[in-house]
Design a protein around this ligand. Structure first.
Ligand SMILES: *Cc1c(COP(=O)(O)O)cnc(C)c1O
Length: 382
């Protein structure tokens, strides 16, 4: 927490606005609009709920197909199943690790009539290739939902993540760049869409003195207490982004890392820029700014005397330091194994060689050195 959250929460208590409406709810929505540049925002209970509402607002119904980035957290894809629709998974390209526009177009060409929406993700805070993705989506007339759950504070040429596509989604879960303990938001430039999201998230009550319902509603609205935490967190968002980026810089410099510039399927294209350490980092393409939510590395065992990312992970664990493999692609998940997939080997490569390092905004310098020394010890170059 940054410190001011408690003042907003206290105000909610003092004024007795505890329900899912009040000054903090409206204030948090305004803060998000102002920060991102989106015209409208509705705050809800979780990012997952916001994706679910986004799909409903794009008209996704049972039996429809929805294109979804495969390399992501399950919460991106699960709401497609809530709607009893079929996810069609798209692999990643190696420059941002997000949805490959070439495979996206192939899928749209082949399945045009069934596809009702596209869900693209900015994984680990790195923006996806939105210019290509949006122009392909427009060509085929399919709406884009931007899962920006990990990318608040990231941007492309100064334009903030959370402003791309028809609908954008943010998350304020406990592990995200800012948190309300749990929470999410749906953003759009279309006021009607955001009004409808508010209506659906408060049980879809018709305008009548009694309780009347013509549509299926949900209890997804954010409470005024939780929104108070969000208002306080907005005041430290830029600091949090700076802290995460500093973590990334620290690891990059001290591990003598190289930028990963391979073809995404092996390390061979990196030959001329071998770092010696065998550790690779994802570079920001020109004009791209990542909030570096998590610092991710790729470990090339050919350059580390056979030390793999799994050796590294287990050695860190022995020292009570948590690290994790990158997201396991959705097309490899037991839950989604039967869904159609357009793949090129990139996300499977990333899953095999990638590791997320400790990346909290509150890591002290001492803690970062402890992580670094543990890594260097395993690599045998401490
Ligand atoms: C966290 C996350 C979500 C879901 O957000 P919640 O607020 O936890 O429901 C969705 N997509 C991605 C990529 C996430 O990291």
């Amino acid at each position: 927490m940054g410190g001011q959250e408690i003042d907003f929460v206290n105000e909610a208590f003092e004024t007795n606005w505890i329900a899912p409406l009040g000054k903090n709810v409206n204030g948090f929505e305004e803060d998000l609009q102002k920060y991102t540049g989106r015209k409208h925002a509705a705050v809800v209970t979780t990012g997952t709920a916001a994706i679910h509402l986004g799909l409903i607002l794009c008209g996704v119904k049972p039996g429809d197909e929805v294109i979804c980035q495969s390399f992501t957290f399950a919460a991106t894809a699960n709401p497609i199943k809530y709607q009893e629709a079929q996810p069609v998974f798209i692999d990643s390209e190696p420059e941002t690790w997000n949805m490959d526009p070439v495979l996206l177009e192939k899928a749209l060409r082949e399945r045009r009539d069934k596809i009702k929406a596209i869900v693209v993700v900015h994984l680990y805070g790195m923006p996806a290739k939105m210019e290509s993705i949006l122009s392909i989506a427009e060509k085929y007339g399919v709406p884009v939902i931007e899962d920006s759950a990990e990318a608040l504070g990231s941007s492309i040429d100064g334009r903030k993540c959370g402003t791309f596509g028809k609908i954008s989604v943010l998350s304020f879960n406990g592990n995200k760049i800012i948190t309300t303990s749990g929470g999410g938001a749906l953003l759009s430039d279309d006021e009607e869409i955001v009004q409808k999201a508010r209506f659906l998230s408060t049980q879809a009550r018709d305008d009548a003195p009694h309780y009347q319902h013509s549509e299926l509603g949900y209890n997804y609205r954010m409470s005024n207490i939780v929104a108070g935490i969000g208002r306080g967190q907005m005041k430290v968002l830029d600091e949090r982004v700076a802290a995460r980026r500093a973590n990334h810089q620290f690891y990059f410099e001290n591990l003598k890392g190289a930028w990963y510039k391979g073809n995404g399927k092996d390390f061979s294209d990196n030959d001329e820029m071998k770092s010696g350490s065998g550790i690779y980092f994802l570079q920001e393409p020109d004009g791209y700014k990542s909030n570096r939510w998590l610092t991710t590395i790729l470990v090339n065992p050919d350059e580390t005397d056979g030390i793999t990312r799994e050796h590294l992970r287990q050695a860190l664990e022995k020292q009570n330091i948590e690290s994790r493999p990158l997201w396991k692609p959705m097309h490899l998940q037991p839950l989604y194994g039967k869904s159609p997939v357009y793949k090129n080997g990139v996300s499977e490569f990333l899953f095999e060689y990638g590791l997320c390092l400790p990346s909290g905004s509150n890591l002290s310098d001492e803690e970062r050195w402890r992580v670094l020394n543990a890594i260097k010890e395993v690599l045998g170059n401490s």
